[in-house]
Structure formats: structure tokens, C-alpha cells
Design a protein around this ligand. Structure first.
Ligand code: NDP
Length: 484
């Protein structure tokens, strides 16, 4: 035995995670289903300058090279491949050893795998890893689930290789079994919403001001100096500034306007439906990607007249122009608060449903560096939960309560303008509706309960009396019946 930790699966993420571990002083056993990737990694980085790799030609030698208690990371295509590799590793491991799945696995698979491994005396840790290939190499945000004992062994290594924010590691034990993959899934869902609100802001500015992408790159770059300071705003400015050299055209105008997805947004929405948590920002963002890719439907609808009006902004008037840009910035910020508030609601509900004790402020703090949604904003979330760990609603807590109330007039103007101008703003519009829904003292849900009782005897509660009621609707004059 000569390795502190092993990485099985040397694709883009696995190879970079292995190099990160080696650079940080750990002896890393490496192997891959097809030997070529192992050989490639060792040929490119195995000269000792990046630390110590212990290449293994097969899984027997891989497991044999790990010091006890063994720690083996799986970094393969999520799904059946993870099960296959886990079973092969488990067959060669001993009680107390730790198998870590750093892939993007569905948290319910992780719950199942953890129970399977536990029955064999093994620890199984599902760890969410965010930050893409650069993050894996230089410091990702890491969200491990599993037992506290497994974290005692893993934590020091993961905290060392993770990103750091003002000296603090962006890694913390999230909770038992699938908790790490659950929060990573919601993180990705929030990422979908964050990207969509930025895209909606861009689209409005582009049409409303008739502005070139390079001009808007400057707008986003300036936003990145303030409260919207984040990785996604930063890269938006870079994407908008990019010019296709051969044609001299802004690259964004040459990219096909169909957004792809790998499925974590979909998982978030499916899970949110199971938990009955409205994540409208994430939902609309996921559906917007689907709508953009609906080639047949878009083709069929292309000729329809939307009777859209103009924006009515005199873009030659600097005052009007700046006021519109500021309205859009505020609308973006308000929608972002809604999306994060909903995401953290989902984490609270998921934790309650699965018995995880998730420190939400701590979670926000490990998203402050390394991951795709890293943003100044997360500092405020950390502080809000530090002040009150059982916050019922993030957007109603300071500083968000003050900020969303300041921003909402802009959000209303922007959504109204977008509606008149015929520019789709699914997340802006749904965020405003959500805000108006939850702050409303009385909702038309009362009517829905009446309808349900009418056609299905589903009963209702009254505001003036306790009990469960059913009305004999069709028979006028009959006294209501009380049930229960
Ligand atoms: P790659 O496509 O680069 O590599 C896939 C790896 O999976 C290869 O090593 C491949 O082995 C292995 N593999 C596939 N099927 C099997 C199998 N049946 N048995 C054994 N090994 C198998 O993927 P990535 O590195 O991008 O992704 C790995 C994991 O990390 C995924 O779960 C992904 O969702 C997750 N992830 C990816 C991020 C990213 O930005 N790319 C970010 C965060 C997480 P072989 O070489 O033999 O084909």
C-alpha cells in the first residue's frame, strides 16, 4: 500500500481532481476502465513535479495500493457506471473503507448506494463537486454527504483541495447519505435560474436600447462591480465581448439559440414537485431551455403575430437609457433573490423530509468560491442564516427584505414593458408573481377550494370556525354539512 487516496475514472473531472490531490501532497492511486486514460495522465503529469501518482492497470492493483482505511473516489459517468464501479470496489474492500462518489449522481441513488454499502460495513459518501474542470483542478466547492465518521477521514483532504474564500475552505459535511448530492442538485437548479435571469436582462437591454453586444458587455462588467458581483455576470461580459474573427460578428449572434441541459435542472424541478416546494425560478429557467430547443414548435409559431409594441425608450437620451438599465439591474437582482430564496426553501424541505440537519448558512458559505454560482450575494445569505438558522423565508429576512422591496417597482416596470414589447421574460415574470403570491394576505385559493368541494366533495376549512366542511352546492338552501 502506498497511496493516501485513489481516483477511479480519469475523464475530465477525475484527472483534474487527481492532479489537485497530488499537488496538495497526497499520494494518489489512479485508474480508469480503459487503461489509455491512466497512461495519458501519467505521461503528462507523472514526472513528480505535480506530486505522486500511483498508477494501477486494474482495479485489483488499484485497491491494493490504498492505505487502510481505504478511500477511493469514483468519478465516472453518473448512473449505471457508478453502480458497476461501486460494486467492483466494494468486492475488494474491507469494513471501514470509504467509497466516495464525486459524480453528479441523483441523490436518491446515493441514498440507495449508501444503504447498500452500509450493509457491507463500508462507508459510502456522495459528494457534490462544483466548479467544472478548472474547479476540479484548482479548487472546487465540495459538498460531501455520508456519515460523520467518514467525514473525519475525508474532511481534511477535501478541505485542503477545495476552493478557499477568505481563508475558509469551501467544503463542509452536509448531512447523512444523499444530503451532499441533494444540495449539489439544488445548486445546479439555482445555476439554471441565475443564467436565465442574466439572459433575460441581456435580451431586454438588447431590444430596449438597440445596443450591440460589446456595449452590453460594458454594462455587465459594471454590474459586476456592485452587489451583482458574481462569476456568471463576469463571464457574461466576456461572452458578449467575444467577436468571431473570420466574420467580425459578435460570437453570441452566431451561436444557435437552443440551450442544452444535462438533467440536473430537471431533477431539481421533479424533486421540488415531490416536496411541494414552488421553485418557480428554477422551473421556468428549465422550461425556457426546453422551449428554446423546441425546434418544431418554434418553427410552427414563427409567423404568429404577437401584436408587440415598442419599448418607447429614447436611447439617445442618456437619462432614459440609464434609468432603463438600472430598472433591468434591479429586476435581475429581485429575481435572483426569489430564485435563491426558493432554492433554500427546497433545501429546508428536503432536509426535513430526509432527516438531514443541513446548516444552510454554512452551505451558502461553501458556495462563495470554487463553484459556478459563486457570488458576493452568498455572503448575505450566510449572515442571514447565522442570525436565524430556522429562517422561514430567506427573502423576508434582512438584507433581502429591504432590497427586494426597493427593487420590486423596477421589476414591475420591466415585466410590464417586456409584456408590451413582446420580449419573453419567464423568470422575471414568475418571480414577480411569486413575490405577490407569498406576500398576499388573501389568495384566490379560497375559490379553488370551493371548486374542489363542488365537483369532488374535497371539503374545505373556514376562517371563522374550526372543523372540516362540505357544502351540498347544488341543493340551494340546504344547511352545510360539517365533517370531521
Ligand atoms: P468524462 O466524459 O470526461 O469521463 C467519463 C469517465 O467515466 C471516463 O473515465 C469513463 O471511462 C468513465 N466511465 C463511463 N462509463 C463507465 C463504466 N461503465 N465503467 C467504468 N467507467 C466508466 O466525464 P466527466 O469527467 O466530465 O464527468 C465525470 C462525472 O463528474 C460525471 O458524473 C459528471 O456529471 C460529473 N461532473 C462533471 C462536471 C463537469 O463540469 N464536467 C462538473 C461536476 C461534476 P472510459 O475512459 O473507460 O470511457
Amino acid at each position: 500500500a502506498s497511496a493516501d487516496i485513489g481516483v477511479y475514472g480519469l475523464g475530465v473531472m477525475g484527472a483534474n481532481l487527481a492532479r489537485n490531490l497530488a499537488r496538495n501532497g497526497y499520494r494518489v492511486a489512479v485508474t480508469n476502465r480503459s487503461a489509455a486514460r491512466t497512461e495519458k495522465l501519467v505521461a503528462a503529469h507523472g514526472d513528480g513535479s505535480e506530486g505522486v501518482f500511483v498508477p494501477a492497470a486494474d482495479i485489483d492493483r488499484f485497491v491494493a495500493s490504498l492505505e487502510r482505511p481505504r478511500v477511493a473516489i469514483i468519478m465516472v459517468l453518473a448512473g449505471a457506471a457508478t453502480d458497476e464501479v461501486m460494486e467492483q470496489l466494494a468486492a475488494r474492500m474491507e469494513p471501514g473503507d470509504i467509497i466516495v462518489d464525486c459524480g453528479n449522481s441523483l441523490f436518491t441513488d446515493t441514498i440507495r448506494r449508501e444503504a447498500w454499502a452500509r450493509a457491507r460495513g463500508l462507508h459510502f459518501v456522495g459528494a457534490g463537486v462544483s466548479g467544472g474542470e478548472e474547479g476540479a483542478l484548482w479548487g472546487p466547492s465540495i459538498m460531501p454527504g455520508g456519515t460523520p465518521e467518514s467525514y473525519d477521514r475525508l474532511g481534511p483532504m477535501f478541505e485542503k483541495i477545495s476552493a478557499h474564500y477568505q481563508g475558509q475552505p469551501c467544503c463542509a459535511h452536509i448531512g447523512a447519505d444523499g444530503a451532499g448530492h441533494f444540495v449539489k442538485m439544488v445548486h445546479n437548479g439555482i445555476e439554471y435560474a441565475d443564467m436565465q435571469v442574466i439572459a433575460e436582462a441581456y435580451d431586454l437591454l438588447r431590444h430596449g436600447l438597440d445596443a450591440a453586444p460589446a456595449t452590453l458587455a460594458d454594462v455587465f462588467a459594471s454590474w459586476n462591480e456592485g452587489e451583482l458581483d458574481s462569476y456568471l455576470i463576469e463571464i457574461t461580459a466576456e461572452v458578449l465581448r467575444q467577436v468571431d474573427a473570420p466574420t467580425g460578428t459578435p460570437l453570441v449572434d452566431l451561436i444557435v439559440d437552443r440551450a442544452s441541459q444535462k438533467g440536473t435542472g430537471k431533477w431539481t424541478v421533479q424533486t421540488a414537485l415531490d416536496l411541494a416546494v414552488p421553485v418557480t425560478g428554477i422551473g421556468e429557467a428549465t422550461f425556457a431551455r426546453g422551449a428554446s430547443s423546441g425546434v418544431r414548435q418554434r418553427e410552427a409559431a414563427r409567423a404568429l403575430d404577437g401584436h408587440a409594441g415598442g419599448f418607447g425608450i429614447d436611447s439617445s437620451d442618456p437619462g432614459a437609457r440609464d434609468a432603463f438599465i438600472e430598472d433591468v439591474r434591479q429586476a435581475l437582482y429581485a429575481s435572483k433573490i426569489v430564485a435563491y430564496s426558493q432554492g433554500f426553501d427546497m433545501i429546508a424541505e428536503g432536509a426535513a423530509a430526509h432527516g438531514w440537519d443541513i446548516d444552510k448558512g454554512g452551505l451558502a458559505s461553501i458556495w462563495r468560491a470554487g463553484c459556478i454560482i459563486r457570488a458576493a450575494f452568498l455572503d448575505d445569505i450566510t449572515r442571514a442564516y447565522a442570525a436565524r438558522p430556522d429562517l422561514p423565508l430567506l427573502l423576508a429576512a434582512e438584507p433581502f427584505a429591504t432590497r427586494i422591496q426597493q427593487a420590486v417597482p423596477s421589476l414591475r416596470r420591466v415585466v410590464a414593458l417586456a409584456a408590451v414589447a413582446g420580449v419573453p421574460v419567464p423568470v422575471f415574470a414568475s418571480s414577480l408573481s411569486y413575490f405577490d403570491t407569498i406576500r398576499s394576505p388573501r389568495l384566490p385559493a379560497a375559490l379553488i377550494q370551493g371548486q374542489r368541494d363542488f365537483f369532488g366533495s374535497h371539503t374545505y376549512h373556514r376562517i371563522d370556525r374550526p372543523g372540516t366542511f362540505h357544502t351540498l352546492w347544488a341543493q340551494e338552501g340546504r344547511p352545510e354539512e360539517q365533517w370531521g
